[in-house]
Design a binder for this molecule. Structure first.
Ligand code: Q9C
Ligand code: ZN
Length: 344
């Protein structure tokens, strides 16, 4: 299994986030990708760079004005004499205008994001674009015949929607991978999101589509981020009705209950009969994750890899969350090594 990685991820660094009432350094740090890379190099996975995919391909899943905002946001911020990291100070809640993006940078920021966890710094665009290209490159490898590929994406992507960013995510890497597969020979695609948090961005992007099934296992949004999407009664709309499946789980979930939900997810995927699978691979389900509440152990990640391989589908794995930095390399490598063993 080839690993797609770009060192440009490290340009997204130095941001702060609003966490439990205080501004703290971002949990989503360059060290995460560095530790994953080292663990995969140690296990002799081949590492390849992303291809120079044209930026207009982002518009397969994203709004053009939104992409332009992300590309130009830092320049607009610094032109106003500001430094540090960009965080919003107001959002268009119910009762406020939903039809006009303010021309000023602060209003535009609140328009395009939905939280104060997702800072923009000088190198955010370069890193987000490299992550998006990594995911599309991994999809290209699979479309061209590899049985599986892994994109070491940083920043992550599954909270970013057609025209919004948030949850440490700017461009939706997994959705871009799924769209690439759709455009290159796969009539039907499934996305399985196993990050601790609901993949609200991916769900929104494919909500009205019947060609891409979205299935997500995640912590209950009643108490966990992103709070406002990810409930079991969300099933898609229009042609996409029945092509979204949410399996929210309680805090404290361990492998035994997790595995039962995973079986339900994999059965739904088999019924969709996809030509390829995209896995949004978050390892923030780990028992020692600093912002999450599930209890998966290191050895459970090999079990997860086994189960994913048992779907017997060409598979693009895309890195999402995971903030227990000391164990993140072992946990990701555990999934990928087990997956690769089963597909040899
Ligand atoms: N300040 C992913 O795992 N903030 N995103 C939660 C901590 C947002 C997680 C509260 C968590 C986003 C890709
Ligand atoms: Zn997460």
């Amino acid at each position: 299994m080839r690993v797609v990685h770009s060192p440009l991820h490290a340009r997204h660094d130095g941001g702060v986030e609003l966490h439990r009432g205080a501004l703290v350094p971002s949990f989503e740090s360059p060290a995460r990708a560095q530790f994953i890379l080292e663990a995969l190099q140690e296990r002799r996975f081949p590492i390849v760079p992303p291809r120079d995919i044209p930026e207009d391909r982002l518009q397969g899943v994203h709004d053009g004005g939104f992409v332009e905002f992300l590309r130009g946001a830092w320049a607009r911020w610094t032109a106003g004499g500001r430094d540090g990291s960009m965080l919003p100070s107001g959002f268009p809640a119910r009762g406020l205008r939903q039809d006009h993006c303010p021309s000023g940078i602060n209003g535009a920021m609140g328009w395009y994001t939905f939280d104060a966890s997702t800072p923009i710094v000088a190198g955010t665009w370069d890193a987000a674009l490299a992550a998006a290209r990594s995911a599309m490159t991994a999809a290209a490898l699979v479309a061209e015949g590899d049985s599986a590929a892994y994109a070491l994406c940083r920043p992550p992507g599954h909270h970013a929607g057609r025209a919004f960013y948030g949850g440490y995510c700017y461009l939706n890497n997994a959705a871009l991978a799924a769209q690439h597969l759709r455009d290159h020979g796969c009539a039907r695609v499934a996305v399985l999101d196993v990050d601790y948090h609901h993949g609200n961005g991916t769900q929104e992007i494919f909500w009205e589509r019947d060609d891409v099934l979205f299935v997500s296992l995640h912590a209950t949004p009643e108490s966990e981020y992103p709070y406002f999407l990810g409930y079991a009664d969300e099933r898609g709309a229009g042609r996409g009705e029945g092509c979204t499946l949410n399996l929210p789980l309680p805090l404290g979930t361990r492998w035994q209950e997790y595995r039962a939900a995973l079986d339900v997810a994999l059965a739904a995927i088999a019924r969709h009969a996809p030509d390829a699978l995209v896995v949004s691979l978050g390892v923030d389900t780990f028992e020692a994750d600093p912002i999450s509440g599930f209890r998966l152990t290191c050895s459970d990640y090999s079990r997860l890899g086994d189960h994913l391989a048992a779907a017997h589908l060409p598979t693009v794995l895309v890195q999402e969350g995971g903030y227990a930095v000391a164990e993140i390399g072992a946990n990701v490598a555990g999934v990928l090594a087990a997956f690769a063993d089963r597909t040899l």
